[in-house]
Each structure stands twice: as C-alpha cells, then as structure tokens.
Ligand binder design. Sequence first.
Ligand code: HEC
Length: 332
Amino acid sequence: MDRRRRRPARELRGLLLGGVVLAATAGAGALAALGDAPIRGLLWVAKGADPQRALGSVPTECLKRPADPALAARIEVGRAAFRTPVLLGGQAARAGINCETCHRAGRSNPDFLFPGVSGAPGTADVTSSLFSTHRGNGIDDPKPIPDLSGPKSKLKVAQDPAERKLEPFIHGLVTEEFDGPEPTPATLDGLAAYVRALDPAACPARAREPLTVALLMADARRALAAAQARAAAGDEPTAMLMVASARSRLGLIDERYAAPALAKPRADLRAADRALADIQAALHDRRPEAGAAIAGWLAGSRRLERELAARQSASLFDPARLAQAAKRRLPG
Ligand code: HEC
C-alpha cells in the first residue's frame, strides 16, 4: 500500500512552552493543550506508552571506548553534540529535540510520536517541512527510527571511515533536515566518531536503566570535560556547544523539580546553570579564565548532585509521581 500522500499546507503557529516557543501545526490542535506539559518529553511520547518506560528509563548505551585517547576525546565531543538541541535549528531546537530524542542513548525510540512528523510510534519523517525548510518534500514519509547501535551491516549509510560517507550524511541531517547552523569541524568529526563507536558488542548486559539525576549529571560532566579539552585546543565555538549540551541535561533535571517543596535544590540547580551561561560568555570572548571556571564547576557539581539526589524521590524522577504527571497530559 502506498501511504505517501501530499502533506496539506499547514500554517505554523507558536505556543509557549516552558519558556520556548514551540511551533505546532494548525491541524494538531491537541498540541496546544500540552502547553502546560510537566515534562517536555511528553510532547513526543506516543499515547498509551508506558510513562515509566518512555520517560522514566532509557536504553543502556552501547559505546565502545577506544584505547586511543585522541579518538576517545573526539567521541566525547560527538556524544555531547548528540545530546543538545542547540546543534539543530528551527522547530526541532525550539521543541527541545536533539539527536538523542529519537536515537535514545544511540539506539532507537519505539515510543517516539511527534504530531506532523511521525506515522506509527517509533517513526519519523526527517524530511518533514516541520523540521526543515530545505528538505520539506511535501510528502508524509515517516520511516522507522533506526537503532544506531545495531549491526553496522543493517545500517544504510556506510560507516567505514575510509569511505567518508557518514560525515556528509550527518552534515546534511544537521544543516538541511534540521535547519541547524553549520557545525564546527570538530563537532561534525565528533558526531561521526560517536556513531561509529556505537557497537552491538559493547551493549551492557541489562537493556535499560532508570533515568536518574546521576545519569544526567554524568552526561553534563562528560560534556564539560569535552568543553575543557576543546577550549584548551583553542576551539571555543565547539567548547560553547559542549557547555550548551551540559546545560540542556540540567534542563532535563530542572523540569522534574518544579514542585514547591523542591524550591531549594532547584534554585541551586539554576544557579549552576547560570554559572555555565557565564562560562559560555567567557568562551565566547576567549577570556582565559574559562578553563579554570569549567574545572571549578566540575568540582562543585558533586555537591549539587548529592543535594538533588537526596530529594529525587520527591521529584518526577520518582515512578509514581511520573505516572501521575503523565496523566495530566490531555489526549492527543
Ligand atoms: C525526529 C527523529 C530523529 C532525529 C532528531 C534524528 N534522527 Fe537520525 N534518523 C531518524 C530516522 C527516522 C532515520 C531513518 C531515515 C531513513 O531511513 O531514511 C534516521 C537515520 C539516521 C542515520 C542513518 C542510519 C543508517 O541506516 O545508516 C544516522 C547515522 C542518524 N540518523 C544519525 C542522527 C544524528 C547524528 C542526529 C542528530 C544530528 C539524528 N540522527 C537525529 C530519526 C531521527
């Protein structure tokens, strides 16, 4: 059966969501009702999905760590870039979508459903005009989100570094399919290195793990370590993206600490985020203190993590509270 059909002309309108303007298609009125979604991720979770699976846990990452420290550093740059909406542009960035939204922990996402972009859950039309002004092809052709950590032989784009196929493919994804700004050379190189390092042989024994403060803080610290390395190499633009990645991980913690009883840890989290914004400004101005400021932030992050973790059970990281919050989502 040919499911391809002309995409009706849709007018984009913005709705304010957690401080960002999310463009919703005029046809998907239900999206407007999600303006108060307690967790942004609820916007792209299929109706009927188990909230604990979709929002309370993630697949474990199948990342092969190389012995060569230079390659390991490039992979870390890609890993952080993979986890920030700032890499992308347009509607995807505004909605908070990043590579990892669809390829969770470098895998796939059977629960992904974004109105106007997905067909069945777990599919996306990456040439959707909602995400791309370049490639919107006027045709609804959602495809299953591939597991990037599956056997390389099952993937369409050749990953042999000698073939140089992956870099142009990812470049097209970022700049055309997702309307993002031109990535820095180190970012593009890192993304390709990260995708190549995903390997079924490196999958941990357990398939999934709970999404926790510890997991997101570990991501943030790895992104900042990558920022430090890029700053030391004089590559401030890439370092700034790495800091943006850390900030977006803090944002995922912040939205789960909205309860009034959590005001104190949330205020401290926000102060830590402001410190990262200052670091971005220092990198932007190529001020030499940026490196020391990142080191200071990393040292202080353990205390912040302990404070947040101590209250985790009162936050939306708690399965029962998460289930309750997910119910507040109106049928879409
Ligand atoms: C909205 C969901 C979505 C986002 C966001 C997304 N992808 Fe994908 N990705 C897909 C889908 C769907 C396909 C399959 C497309 C096809 O089959 O034509 C795909 C394909 C790929 C492939 C090719 C896999 C193969 O078979 O060789 C790679 C590599 C990839 N994505 C990497 C990325 C990177 C890097 C990012 C971030 C810049 C990203 N993706 C963001 C949904 C997404």
